[in-house]
Design a protein around this ligand. Structure first.
Ligand code: ADP
Ligand code: 5GP
Length: 204
């Protein structure tokens, strides 16, 4: 099968605890996807590795990248910068890979302006109550932080209608299948099938 000339840029947002890490771990087993590692000025959490979870930068380094146009988008979130380094994203799209950006709402809206062909997916929990249960179950935050994240989540969910697709992560297998369905539908759009049409018409 002929590959697409250019991959699809996929923007994924979800409040903390909605399961995007769990869903993306499954999706990323397929090598047609590439996960864009963001840059941030926040400190690494225990277990996080530079270059794998994030590129951990000093504030000055981050600001230099902004000034030189090296960030595709960036936002300030909880007193730190977060941003998507441009170069790797462009390189992987040109190779035909689907590039996944896992970013918050402000950054997603910047991508909407700059990259009109990108696909926007919002992952929501089945209910705020279930989100609270999952955050407690994950055991990585204190009760205080969990309550903060839950109220932040309710605010973020109110932006879901700005996205092209909303996937409710109720049963995990269904959410993963929904994600793959969205990507397949996007692949089949005529705008993404131009080289395949050329192939069909070759020697006509
Ligand atoms: P995020 O990356 O969005 O912060 P995680 O992927 O870490 O969220 O998921 C939060 C917690 O919820 C984890 O403990 C995960 O195992 C659990 N979880 C994820 N999806 C589901 C689901 N569909 N049903 C039940 N638990 C889930
Ligand atoms: P955390 O500190 O929990 O890793 O991330 C905080 C928030 O920043 C999450 O909503 C995450 O999706 C978002 N984020 C991570 N990387 C980027 C990025 O490159 N750009 C933007 N705009 N947000 C990001």
């Amino acid at each position: 099968m002929k590959m697409m000339d250019k991959g699809i840029l996929i923007v994924v947002s979800a409040p903390s605890g909605c399961g995007k890490g769990t869903i993306l771990a499954e999706i990323l087993k397929d090598e047609k996807f590439f996960y864009s590692v963001s840059a941030t000025t926040r400190s690494p959490r225990p277990g996080e590795t530079d270059g794998v979870n994030y590129h951990f930068l000093k504030k000055e380094q981050f600001e230099e990248l902004i000034a030189s146009g090296g960030m595709l988008e960036y936002a300030q979130y909880c007193d730190n910068y977060y941003g998507t380094p441009r170069e790797k994203v462009m390189e992987k799209l040109a190779e035909g890979k689907h590039v996944i950006l896992e970013i918050e709402v402000q950054g997603a809206m910047q991508i909407r302006e700059k990259c009109p062909d990108a696909v926007f997916i919002f992952i929501a929990p089945p209910s705020v109550e279930e989100l609270r249960n999952r955050l407690s179950g994950r055991g990585t935050e204190t009760a205080d932080v969990i309550e903060k994240r839950v109220s932040e989540a309710a605010h973020e969910i109110s932006f879901a209608d700005r996205y092209d697709y909303v996937i409710v992560n109720d049963r995990l297998e269904d959410a993963i299948e929904d994600f793959r369905t969205v990507v397949r539908a996007e692949e089949l759009k005529s705008v993404n099938q131009k080289n395949i049409i050329d192939e069909v018409l070759k020697n006509a």
